[in-house]
Write a protein that binds this ligand. Structure first.
Ligand code: 6PG
Length: 248
């Protein structure tokens, strides 16, 4: 049986982001110490914005950090919905990160081509071996999705490809097609951190963490790295249904 994920609860979103930044720095420094580099997959949506804004002011060995994305919307990189653009604006344009360390998903290409191109880039960077990212950051949608693994999507059960295109034709917004890493890659990670805030996530968080396993309906449940550490970081509002008396 896989070890139970760690759960850490912070009193409010700001202290949660401080906690997430501490984990990010710790894992970055351990990875650079052990392997000479830190490979991290960024999450998107609105939750991690504040984390990225904090990280941009941290003293890190940026030239040893390689940035990847867990998913992307099929839009050009300067589009307001671009996950790449969000990370650039909040963090990447403010830090001394070499351009060659930024491995974005080409959302401007046709869906299939974009997925193939990103997988090719990953294969090149990781010498054709399944990537073991040092850290994968993930969010949780109110419907239980994570990255761009949406309810009922065949991407949840993908066994071969590292990256797939997802036709996304109904909410959650934005309703544009997506490119996503598959569970194959997410579950090879050394560390996964889910970042969840707000009372509107309390119910789904309880279902994902405490409910029966039904990953086709609750895609975040598919994330169970066989040899990796999973930490769920949440604020008290999001945690209210699972830890009614939690204090930190
Ligand atoms: C995306 C995301 C997605 C996100 C969740 C949570 O591109 O939309 O990768 O999986 O992390 O939807 O989003 P919020 O933080 O906005 O609730």
């Amino acid at each position: 049986m896989l070890p139970a994920p760690e759960i850490e609860v912070a009193p409010d979103p700001s202290s949660l982001m401080e906690l997430a930044a501490e984990h990010f720095l710790r894992i970055a420094s351990e990875s650079i110490h052990s392997r000479g580099r830190f490979t991290v997959v960024l999450s998107s949506g609105s939750t991690p914005r504040q984390l990225y804004a904090l990280l941009k002011d941290k003293d890190m060995e940026w030239q040893r950090i390689h940035i990847f994305w867990g998913d992307e919307r099929c839009v050009p990189p300067d589009h307001p919905d671009s996950n790449f653009l969000m990370a650039v604006e909040t963090m990447l344009s403010h830090v001394p990160l070499p351009a060659t360390n930024i491995h974005r998903i080409p959302g401007e290409l046709k869906i299939q081509e974009a997925a193939e191109r990103y997988e090719k880039d990953l294969r090149q960077f990781f010498n054709d071996r399944l990537p073991r990212f040092d850290l994968v950051l993930l969010g949780l949608g109110v419907d239980g999705h994570t990255a761009s693994l949406f309810r009922g999507s065949p991407a949840i059960r993908e066994q071969v490809r590292w990256v797939v295109g997802v036709n996304h034709r109904r909410p959650p917004a934005p309703v544009v097609d997506r490119i996503t890493l598959t569970p194959l890659v997410l579950n090879a990670a050394r560390n996964v951190i889910f970042l969840v805030t707000g009372v509107e996530k309390a119910d789904i968080l309880k279902k994902v963490l405490r409910g029966p396993s039904q990953p086709d309906w609750l895609p975040a449940q598919v994330v169970e790295p066989a040899q990796g550490n999973v930490i769920w970081l949440m604020d008290r509002a999001a945690a209210q249904d699972i830890l009614p008396s939690s204090k930190q």
